[in-house]
Design a protein around this ligand. Structure first.
Ligand SMILES: NC(=O)c1ccc[n+]([C@@H]2O[C@H](COP(=O)([O-])OP(=O)(O)OC[C@H]3O[C@@H](n4cnc5c(N)ncnc54)[C@H](O)[C@@H]3O)[C@@H](O)[C@H]2O)c1
Length: 386
């Protein structure tokens, strides 16, 4: 099958930039897709970061240190941008205005004001496809849980809990990085860093929090600055948000948590939905397991734990008996984005789209209300009207 090539420019050659290069390099993993990303140009303010791509990615023809030069490159149709949060508004808006499709990293702006700048550019350029990176819902267990929600299988929802937990910041010797500074990561702290991952599915299901009571904590006060001294940690380490969801049919509590300091956890993304007819839980802690408890009135209440087969949104060469992992979820997310660019929203091979700018903006509303809640010690209503 000849594949439609989408020529990508990559801005931000760090941790996530390399993940994209790796996903593009193993595109043959996907079966029956009629599109393919080709990374033609990369840009990083730090030439050493870009040098890795010159060595490892043969399709890269040009390397830039100024992203505006990459945007002027005629061999770039679409851009993946993975830079610190303080740069999202300016760079994402410029990418969109240059007419390039964009998969941007979360949180889509350092704060609500920055997010509004990106939204304005999107409104002015409806021809450009813009999506927000969020890969975890592509785990097969999460996809199955999503399907059950869409099918209304849970009955009356009792409560929902979703979270994203890390533990590496428990080590006080871990040097400070841009995620611990307000100037680069934003006042949201762990919410801006991790929260879009947690809110992606609730937003997709239409579970908009009507209000939030937030408890935000700073655990480690200062860290080595890499120059022999110590530097203050300015951002929130952990956040627990107690929310109330009201939809046309349902009203239930939803607890969302983002933690940089959750002892014993590394990249644990989870969602738990309890309902009167079905309860289900998926966590990347046990990435091939999906727990479910179907219930008939008067019947027994027994959890079933299933090893979910490797059945991804896009078919792959991997047999169903094998395990799915982080880099597989990144590859699937990229397939969904490229499918939408190549075939349009209505022509996609499967229905689960990447997170939308509206979903990212929704997460900003929640985080902004959470900051106010923590500041005032009160429950803050969230207006979804406009
Ligand atoms: N989806 C995920 O699972 C996931 C995981 C980690 C980070 N992220 C997100 O990815 C983004 C980047 O995070 P990261 O961990 O890759 O960071 P990183 O620090 O590893 O990489 C960022 C890169 O951006 C470069 N950069 C800084 N300013 C620049 C500029 N003006 N022009 C071009 N390049 C510039 C830096 O030199 C660095 O190489 C953030 O938005 C973060 O929230 C997403």
């Amino acid at each position: 099958m000849s594949k439609k090539e989408i020529r990508f420019g990559l801005i931000g050659c760090g941790l996530m930039g390399k993940e994209f290069a790796s996903a593009a390099a193993r595109w043959c993993h996907l079966s029956h897709v009629d599109f393919q990303p080709v990374i033609t140009a990369v840009c990083d303010a730090n030439p050493e970061a870009a040098a890795w791509f010159e060595q490892a990615v043969p399709s890269v023809k040009r390397t830039y240190s100024d992203y505006k030069e990459l945007l002027a490159d005629p061999e770039v149709d679409a851009v993946y941008c993975a830079v610190p949060h303080n740069l999202h508004a300016e760079i994402y808006a410029d990418i969109i205005r240059a007419g390039k499709h964009l998969l941007g990293e979360k949180p889509f702006g350092i704060d609500e004001q920055a997010n509004a700048v990106i939204r304005k550019a999107i409104a002015e350029h409806p021809e450009v496809i813009v999506r927000c990176s969020s890969e975890f819902p592509f785990f097969p267990g999460a996809l199955q849980l999503s399907k059950w929600v869409q099918e209304g299988r849970f009955g009356k929802i009792i409560e929902v809990e979703a979270g994203f937990w890390h533990s590496s910041d428990l080590d006080p010797q871990k040097p400070i990085n841009w995620k611990r500074r307000i100037a680069t990561n934003g006042e949201y702290g762990c919410m801006g860093d991790l929260g879009m991952h947690v809110l992606h599915l609730p937003m997709r299901f239409g579970w908009h929090p009507q209000n939030v009571r937030a408890l935000l904590t700073k655990v480690v006060e200062e860290r080595p600055d890499g120059k022999g001294g110590m530097s203050p940690c300015e951002t929130w380490d952990n956040a627990i948000l107690a929310c109330e969801v009201k939809t046309e049919e349902q009203q239930f509590p939803m607890v969302l948590s983002t933690k940089r300091i959750a002892p014993g956890h590394s990249n644990t993304w989870f969602i738990k939905v309890q309902g009167t007819r079905l309860s289900a839980e998926f966590s990347t802690k046990n990435p091939k397991q999906l727990s479910s408890l179907p219930y008939e009135p008067g019947g027994s209440q027994a959890w079933h734990v299933t090893d979910v087969p490797y059945q991804s949104a896009y078919g792959t060469i991997t047999g169903g008996i094998f395990e799915f992992g982080f880099s597989d979820s990144i590859l699937q997310m990229w397939a969904a984005f490229c499918d939408e660019v190549a075939n349009g929203k209505d022509g996609m091979a499967q229905p689960f789209r990447c997170a939308t700018p509206e979903e990212a903006s929704g997460s900003h509303r929640v985080f902004t209300a959470a900051l106010e809640s923590n500041r005032t010690g009160t429950t803050i209503p969230i207006n979804w009207g406009s």
